[in-house]
Design a protein around this ligand. Structure first.
Ligand code: SF4
Ligand code: SF4
Length: 299
C-alpha cells in the first residue's frame, strides 16, 4: 500500500480538483481529505455517508457552580482570559464561568482552585466521516469553527484510511493535503511515499513551493512538481521547473488553464467525468507520471 499526498503552499491552486481527477482515474484507491479546516473534496466526489464520528481535540475546563466559593483565584490566573465573571471587577462574590472557545485546557485553574470546583471534559471540536463515492471510499472531516488541533484530526483520518485500505485491499491512499506548510501539512505528509506539489506560475506560488520543498526535504519525502495553469505565465513556469530540477525535484508535468475545471466544480464532479478534453489529457499525463514514480519507475 502506498500513500501519495497532493499539497500546495496556499489554497486555490487547483489541488482539490486535481485530487478529485486522480481519484476518478485511479483504480483501487482510498481518498482522504486532510484539509480539515476547509474541507471541500466532498463537494466534487458525491459522497454517500457510511459513518459519522465526533472528534475531540482535547479537554476543556468547566466550573462546578455548586462547589465554587467565588474566591476569584482562577479568574486572576487564567492567562488566556477564558474565565468570565458576571461581576464587573471580578468574582469577589460572583461565581465565574469558562468560555470554552478561549479555554486552552492548560489546567492552571484546576490546580489552584482550593474548592476542587474545576473539572475537565472532552470537548467536541469537529466530526469525521467515512463515505462511499463513485471512485471508492472517502475519509473526510470538518473541524469546528475556531477549533484547534487540526493536526490531530489529520492524523486520525489518515489512520482510518490506512485501516480501510488494509482491511479491504486498497493499494493506494490518495490524500488531499491542507494548504500552507504548518502543523496540519506535516501531519499529512509524515510517512507518505510521495508528495505532489501543485502550484501556479506566480511569484507567491514560487515562494510557497520553496516552503514545501524545505519541508519535504526535512522529512526526506520524495516530491514531484506539477504546475497548474502553466500557460498563464510560460516563462515563469519554465523558470520554476528549472529551479525545482536544480533541487532534485522530478517534474510531473503541466496542466493548462481551462474553464472546464471550474465547470466540473460547478457540476460537482471531476474533470475526467466530463469526457475527453485537453486539460483532462494533461491531468492524465501527470497521473501516469506520479503513478510511475510511486511504483519506483522514476527517481
Ligand atoms: S484550563 Fe487554562 S485556559 Fe482553560 S480556563 Fe483553566 S486556566 Fe484558563
Ligand atoms: S478558584 Fe475555584 S472556587 Fe475560586 S472562583 Fe475559581 S472555581 Fe470558584
Amino acid at each position: 500500500m502506498k500513500e501519495m499526498v497532493i499539497v500546495s503552499g496556499k489554497g486555490g491552486t487547483g489541488k482539490t480538483s486535481i485530487t478529485a481527477a486522480f481519484a476518478a482515474l485511479a483504480e483501487n484507491t482510498v481518498t482522504v481529505d486532510c484539509d480539515v479546516d476547509a474541507a471541500d473534496l466532498h463537494l466534487v466526489m458525491q459522497p454517500e455517508m457510511w459513518r459519522e464520528h465526533d472528534f475531540s481535540g482535547g479537554n476543556k475546563a468547566r466550573i462546578l457552580s455548586e462547589d465554587c466559593t467565588a474566591c476569584g483565584l482562577c479568574f486572576e490566573n487564567c492567562r488566556f482570559h477564558a474565565i468570565i465573571s458576571p461581576a464587573p471587577s471580578g468574582p469577589a462574590t460572583a461565581k465565574p464561568w469558562i468560555n470554552p472557545i478561549f479555554c486552552e485546557g492548560c489546567r492552571v485553574c484546576a490546580r489552584i482552585c482550593p474548592a476542587g470546583a474545576v473539572v475537565f471534559e472532552a470537548a467536541k471540536s469537529g466530526k469525521w466521516f467515512v463515505s462511499k463515492t463513485p471512485y471508492g471510499p472517502l475519509v473526510h472531516a470538518q473541524l469546528g469553527i475556531a477549533q484547534g488541533n487540526s493536526g490531530k484530526l489529520v492524523s486520525l483520518v489518515r489512520r482510518e484510511a490506512r485501516a480501510i485500505a488494509e482491511r479491504d485491499g486498497f493499494e493506494l491512499i490518495l490524500i488531499d493535503g491542507p494548504p500552507g506548510a504548518g502543523c496540519p501539512v506535516i501531519a499529512s505528509i509524515t510517512g507518505a511515499d510521495l508528495v505532489l506539489a501543485v502550484t501556479e506560475p506566480t511569484l507567491s506560488g514560487r515562494h510557497d513551493l520553496m516552503r514545501i520543498v524545505q519541508l519535504t526535504s526535512h522529512f526526506q519525502i520524495p516530491i514531484m512538481l506539477c504546475i497548474n495553469k502553466w500557460d498563464i505565465h510560460p516563462a515563469l513556469t519554465a523558470q520554476m521547473e528549472g529551479e525545482a530540477q536544480s533541487h532534485g525535484i522530478a517534474l510531473a508535468g503541466r496542466i493548462r488553464y481551462d474553464p472546464l475545471v471550474t465547470e466540473a466544480q460547478i457540476r460537482k464532479t471531476s474533470v475526467p467525468a466530463l469526457g475527453s478534453s485537453r486539460v483532462g489529457d494533461d491531468i492524465r499525463h501527470v497521473w501516469q507520471l506520479v503513478l510511475s514514480a510511486l511504483n519506483g519507475k522514476i527517481s
